[in-house]
Design a protein around this ligand. Structure first.
Ligand SMILES: Nc1ncnc2c1ncn2[C@@H]1O[C@H](COP(=O)(O)OP(=O)(O)OP(=O)(O)O)[C@@H](O)[C@H]1O
Length: 295
């Protein structure tokens, strides 16, 4: 297995000359075997990044390699589930899986694909066009996992699933990825569903990397502090702060001991992400191996 799942250097994507770039000089490295959450506000560039990694788009500048190869040549080794989950509407569920097998004769894992479908109580004879949005998601995930990919790229995979199906499919996905050492890269707006599932985080904002690296290291680099509004945080990097009356609450990157003026707690993933979403001007932090290559 290749050691690096995705490596991006000075990666930019512009859809037309007048538009602001969808991605602007992104650099990061994701080790193989990671489960990486890709988060960021609407329009941040998450889908663009996943499409580039899947080899469906070509960057206007910079490079992205997946599994040590150009994405277009690594297609057999990766699976991509797009946001709109394109499937053939006229095929039945069983035909769809059969087609998956025909297109991936060497790697196809029929057992996992059939299990994912069966766990959703789907009739194999049902035509895809008669399925609900969430049922189609299940078929798309069954196809992707059946391909037995080394890298699984999922663009908001759980968006139209009910909470139970979401929980069950997420657990199935994570168990399967852990068993086979699959790298999973998953964009989502529902940070709660990523907590406990992901070990890496990539936070994008306006086409740029704002946070990248192992989740535990990123969390450890931040502290939530509460104290008197006149106490100073000048020695530290303040990501976001809010003052209520005489009290200030802030998410900081401590540059040394915080001192007795502050009550401190460790942030959750949700607190880390929300603070960065509320403070789009906060400085970026890269704790992945590619940080030296930052542009
Ligand atoms: N095919 C395209 N043609 C023109 N502009 C595009 C195209 N695809 C994306 N963009 C633009 O690129 C930017 C990033 O879009 P992208 O879909 O990657 O964001 P996102 O983070 O996935 O957003 P969301 O959370 O809303 O799904 C947006 O400004 C969008 O308008």
């Amino acid at each position: 297995m290749t050691e690096t799942a995705i490596e991006a250097a000075a990666l930019s994507m512009r859809f037309g000359r007048r538009r602001r770039p969808a991605l602007d000089g992104c650099a990061f490295r994701l080790p193989a075997g990671s489960v990486c959450a890709v988060v960021g506000p609407n329009g941040a560039g998450k889908s663009t990044l996943l499409s580039l990694a899947a080899g469906l788009l070509r960057p206007t500048e910079g490079t992205v390699t997946v599994l040590g190869q150009a994405p277009a040549t690594a297609r057999e080794r990766l699976a991509y589930v797009a946001q709109d989950k394109p499937l053939h509407p006229q095929l039945t569920v069983a035909d769809t899986l059969r087609l998956g097998h025909e297109l991936n004769p060497r790697r196809w894992d029929a057992a996992v694909a059939e299990r994912i479908v069966a766990e959703g109580d789907l009739d194999p004879a049902a035509k895809v066009r008669t399925l609900s949005g969430g049922q189609r998601t299940r078929v798309a995930l069954a196809l992707a996992l059946g391909k037995r990919p080394e890298l699984l790229l999922l663009d908001e995979p759980m968006a139209d699933l009910d909470p139970l199906a979401r929980h069950q499919l997420m657990a199935a996905l994570m168990a399967d990825a852990a068993e086979h050492g699959t790298t999973v890269v998953m964009s989502s707006h529902v940070v709660a569903e990523l907590d406990g599932a992901c070990d890496h985080l990539l936070l994008l904002g306006a086409g740029r990397v704002r946070l990248a690296g192992p989740l535990d290291e990123l969390l450890a680099a931040h502290t939530l502090v509460t104290g008197r509004a006149d106490a100073s945080l000048a020695a530290h990097t303040v990501v976001e702060s809010r003052t209520t009356g005489r009290q200030i609450t802030a998410l900081v990157r401590p540059e040394g001991p915080l001192g007795d003026d502050w009550q401190t707690t460790a942030p959750s993933l949700e607190e880390l992400v929300l603070a960065h979403l509320r403070a789009p001007e906060a400085p970026a932090l890269r704790l992945d191996d590619a940080r030296e290559a930052a542009v």
